[in-house]
Ligand binder design. Structure first.
Ligand SMILES: [Zn+2]
Length: 199
């Protein structure tokens, strides 16, 4: 379920097929450029999409990966991609949810479109993922659980040796701005980690 009342194809007065999807995304880019200042208050949408990211984190945990999930959303509230942590199932130490999501976004949408999207993630991006988000040109990041709160739960578990580097500090060094909203106090964002880490 998308939180917006109007399906995209109604909004633009056209049906969306495999080709039309990219026309639609391109229109979203233009639409967003014209109306970007009208989309500042995302409070309710933020919580809706963060709950979806937490659901993805639970999925990751259920399949044997670390409990992290993330998704990318257009200015009109369409989810264009989602990803889970895959560190264990892919034997990939870089398989964090946000980095997996950036790779997927590179395959699905062009650079101009990426610059209109918002990335929602169950937990604050680590330094690696913040770098990937930056290089993808994704301008807005929203997270639920803070890195500090995560570290309090993971303790000295070698599976999550936190770098203690807030994502805002990583983004602040960039040549273009990245807006950050978070943390959000959502109990499920904590609960999805309960009993998972050795710490
Ligand atoms: Zn990461």
């Amino acid at each position: 379920m998308l939180p917006k009342a109007l399906p995209a194809w109604d909004y633009f007065g056209k049906s969306r097929d495999a080709v039309g999807h990219f026309d639609y995304v391109a229109q979203l880019s233009r639409h967003h450029a014209l109306t970007r200042w009208g989309w500042d208050d995302h409070g309710m949408d933020d919580e809706t999409f963060l709950h979806r990211a937490i659901d993805l984190a639970a999925d990751a945990r259920a399949r044997g990966d670390h409990p992290f999930g993330a998704l990318l959303v257009t200015p009109d509230g369409e989810i264009v991609a989602s990803a889970r942590n895959s560190v264990n199932t892919d034997s990939d130490p870089t398989g964090h949810a946000e980095t997996n999501l950036v790779r997927e976004a590179g395959r699905l949408v062009d650079a101009d479109t990426r610059r209109t999207l918002t990335l929602y993630t169950s937990t604050e991006p680590c330094a690696m993922c913040a770098g990937a988000i930056y290089w993808a040109g994704i301008p807005t990041v929203v997270y639920a659980l803070s890195e500090v709160d995560l570290a309090a739960m993971t303790g000295d578990d070698p599976a999550n040796p936190s770098m203690s580097l807030p994502c805002r500090e990583v983004f602040a060094r960039g040549a273009h701005p990245t807006a950050v909203r978070g943390p959000y106090d959502i109990p499920a964002a904590h609960e999805v980690h309960a009993g998972f880490w050795r710490g």
